[in-house]
Ligand binder design. Structure first.
Ligand SMILES: *Cc1c(COP(=O)(O)O)cnc(C)c1O
Length: 397
């Protein structure tokens, strides 16, 4: 344990999980590729197998490098326990299939990540699990659905791609009154900006692929919360085999050492860029919780320490053709299906977050055809603004 009782989030980003040397006093966490762990002492092996002694048996279940990653996120989220998976979807599907059974009901919102939405509309119903998706920011409607009874209330805030904000404390209370397990996908906020467990939820999860890793070179997923729940999810994940690879865990750990620095810069840049875009004549609307005009601004101010590194905006010319002309003009942005990296990344939902959905489904979710999701990297803010300005100016000429 860290000697300081309440270290701050930056110190935790650097040190959490890494207080002890694992091998030969190496100061950096070793990448343990070994699939199995050997025991000369059979009694010790048995104790580890029975969970009476800490240790590792087989790599699909646990691994020392992966454990350090889980421990870092656990401490950043202020959780009792954490477990991981190979991807964000790996942890989301493991969680939902662990906690739900035929005849159960889950309440969620329309704006969840595209893959999560697919689980809700395509896969869970095949197992006789009833799914109700509410309008994302209609808190009364969500409360009413939850009050009818459900086993899981699944939330995401801010959402992808229009960065809507949900009042987590309010809905956690509603969920608990109905006896539901309340889960939040905290990928967009990161533990630097928001800790859903402190707002009363039972579980918080991340696609570590995004901001946690921050360098777009490793996939991963992680969930934290009550030990009793996390243990059940771990048990399902060790059986379904969606295990986080030790090399990916190492890359995620390395990225997380600068999490607080990156997020601080991205929060600051995103707000300036959102203000710039709001004043540009070619831009119809900007979605960013840091803007006073954003519907969820007051809630975001209450529950977040920063507004995050993702914003989206709609072009005045609301066609995919406008996106086709605009995107290639950006010099400092990968046109790619990712977010949360050190490089700026821009893309339309049709090819990124909602690639799994049809154009009609996107329209039903209120996602305009000319929407561009812009994940701010750690480049200098003025360079990003200049880049956006030249690309926006060019599409009107
Ligand atoms: C990317 C993402 C996911 C899925 O994560 P993968 O690591 O790609 O499986 C889940 N939720 C949100 C909010 C995401 O952005």
């Amino acid at each position: 344990m860290l000697s300081n009782k309440h270290p701050n989030l930056g110190t935790l980003s650097v040190w959490a999980g890494e207080e002890e040397y694992l091998m030969q006093n190496a100061t950096q966490v070793p990448v343990v590729h070994s699939v199995s762990f050997g025991y000369k002492n059979v009694d010790e092996w048995l104790q580890v197998a029975l969970g009476q002694k800490s240790g590792h048996i087989y790599g699909r279940n646990t691994n020392p490098t992966v454990h350090v990653f889980e421990e870092k996120v656990r401490q950043l989220e202020g959780a009792e326990a954490a477990t991981s998976a190979a991807t964000g979807m790996g942890i989301i599907s493991s969680t939902l299939f662990t906690l739900l059974s035929p005849g159960d009901r889950v309440v969620s919102v329309k704006d969840t990540y595209g893959g999560t939405n697919k689980l809700f509309i395509e896969f869970l119903p095949r197992f006789q699990i009833e799914v109700t998706l509410c309008d994302t920011i209609d808190h009364e409607a969500i409360e009413a659905e939850v009050a009818k009874g459900c086993q899981v209330l699944y939330l995401e805030s801010p959402t992808n791609p229009t960065v809507k904000v949900i009042d987590i404390a309010r809905l956690a209370e509603a969920g608990h009154e109905a006896g539901a397990i309340v889960i939040v996908d905290n990928t967009f906020a990161t533990p630097i900006n928001q800790n859903p467990l402190h707002l009363g939820t039972d579980l918080v999860l991340h696609s570590a692929t995004k901001f946690l890793g921050g360098h777009a070179d490793a996939l991963g997923g992680v969930i934290c919360g009550k030990k009793e729940l996390v243990d059940q999810i771990y048990h399902f994940r060790e059986i379904n085999g969606a295990t986080l690879h030790p090399m990916a865990a190492y890359l995620l750990l390395r990225g997380m050492k600068t999490l607080h620095l990156r997020i601080r810069q991205q929060n600051e840049s995103a707000l300036k860029i959102a203000r710039f875009l709001s004043s540009h004549p070619v831009v119809e609307r900007v979605f960013y919780p840091g803007l006073e005009s954003h519907k969820g601004h007051e809630i975001a101010r209450r529950q977040m320490r920063g507004f995050g590194g993702v914003l989206s905006f709609e072009l005045k010319e609301n066609t995919f053709e406008a996106v086709r002309r605009f995107l290639p003009r950006l010099r400092y942005a990968h046109a790619a299906a990712n977010l949360g990296a050190v490089e700026t990344i821009a893309g339309p939902p049709a090819t990124t977050s909602h690639v799994e959905c049809t154009a009609e489904e996107r329209a039903a979710m209120g996602i305009p055809e000319s929407l561009i999701r812009y994940s701010v990297g750690v480049e200098d803010t003025e360079d990003l603004i200049a880049d956006l300005e030249q690309a926006l100016n060019a599409i009107v000429l």
